[in-house]
Design a protein around this ligand. Structure first.
Ligand SMILES: [Fe+2]
Ligand SMILES: [Fe+2]
Length: 171
């Protein structure tokens, strides 16, 4: 059976732009593998994300939900690729660039951005850094951001996601 890290690597193929594809792959391999092998969380994440390769499973899920949301937008393929790359990499330093922490480091969005800037890899768009930096908005005081969604947008997204056969929300 394929492990979840291999599945994460396959997810990179959803990115069609070669430069963004290769950038994403390089960053995945440059951070310590613990960032993909460790659990995403002790609690509150789905049960399978609390075990080995939990952060890979979480990253795959965030990408899949991102793709569903992108289906409903008029964004160009290039814009979509930038957002997909951000989704895959958003938690790439959850345990530190070198995997030096055994818990989720609160500043992991900033760590990821600093690491990517210093990595020497060509950054296809500054939007990737900004998307990663703000992803913990609801838990962050430094990088607070409120999504600009009106009622129509929220209902369209909620209905589309809830209607997907692969998404089961516990009730
Ligand atoms: Fe995160
Ligand atoms: Fe996350």
């Amino acid at each position: 059976m394929k492990n979840y890290f291999d599945q994460l690597i396959e997810c990179v193929d959803t990115i069609k732009d070669q430069k963004i594809h290769d950038f994403t792959l390089q960053i995945i391999y440059m951070v310590d593998h613990a960032n993909w092998k460790n659990k995403a969380s002790q609690n509150h994440h789905p049960p399978d994300e609390r075990g080995e390769y939990g952060n890979s499973i979480h990253s795959i899920r965030v990408l899949k939900i991102t793709c569903l949301i992108l289906d409903l937008t008029e964004k160009t393929e290039l814009e979509k690729d930038i957002i997909k790359s951000s989704a895959i990499l958003h938690d790439c330093t959850r345990f530190g660039v070198y995997g030096e922490f055994s818990y989720t480091v609160k500043s992991h969005p900033q760590l990821a951005v600093d690491f990517i800037k210093k990595s020497g890899v060509d950054i296809p768009s500054p939007d990737i850094l900004e998307n990663i930096l703000y992803h913990m908005s609801q838990w962050s005081s430094d990088f607070k951001y409120y999504p600009k969604l009106d009622g129509k947008d929220i209902i369209i997204l909620a209905d589309y996601i809830a209607s997907n056969e692969n998404i089961l929300i516990n009730i």
